[in-house]
Design a protein around this ligand. Structure first.
Ligand SMILES: [Fe+2]
Length: 167
């Protein structure tokens, strides 16, 4: 992918200063970029479906991990954060169902929406919780082990993982 083709370019400004969270956010950006390419090139349904499945599963796992981190740290604004996550999952679910069941095409507006949502979410509420955790001196080491194990479990159990990476 050459530079000018990159739909969603990762910038250092997006870092929340927690390595594992940054890595997961970057992976979400990668999946979104892969979806953009597939839609632009009108790749086949099975490719697009695989990427959508990856996007959904990865997003759900990432949100669950973020929520468990905030819970462990007894972060005060956990509930509104969870509500934001739920809204996005509902949007993704609608998009996926429209594509798979109603055979509606994926429009660039929807991809742009996902991109802005993710960027604003990271720079808004994600930045807030990470700043609060770091300021409180909360150690993320234990959570990082859990997160790694969870990601491993997910990639071992789902074949979509290989589908989108190989596509
Ligand atoms: Fe979040």
């Amino acid at each position: 992918m050459s530079n000018e083709e990159v739909f969603f370019k990762w910038l250092p400004d997006y870092s929340v200063r927690i390595q594992a969270i940054d890595d997961q956010h970057r992976e979400l950006v990668n999946i979104l970029n892969r979806l953009f390419i597939a839609v632009s090139r009108r790749e086949g349904d099975s490719v697009v479906a695989g990427i959508l499945d990856s996007l959904m599963s990865y997003t759900q796992t990432h949100f669950a991990l973020e929520e468990s981190l905030m819970r462990q740290a007894k972060y005060k604004d956990l509930e509104p954060h969870i509500a934001e996550h739920r809204l996005l999952i509902a949007k993704l679910d609608t998009l996926t169902k429209k594509y798979l069941l109603e055979e509606k095409p994926i429009y660039f507006e929807m991809l742009s929406f996902l991109k802005s949502w993710l960027r604003e979410h990271i720079q808004g509420v994600d930045m807030k919780y990470s700043a609060a955790l770091l300021q409180a001196g909360f150690s993320v080491t234990e959570w990082e082990y859990e997160a790694e194990a969870e990601m491993r479990r997910m990639s071992n159990s789902k074949n979509w993982w290989e589908v989108w990476k190989a596509a």
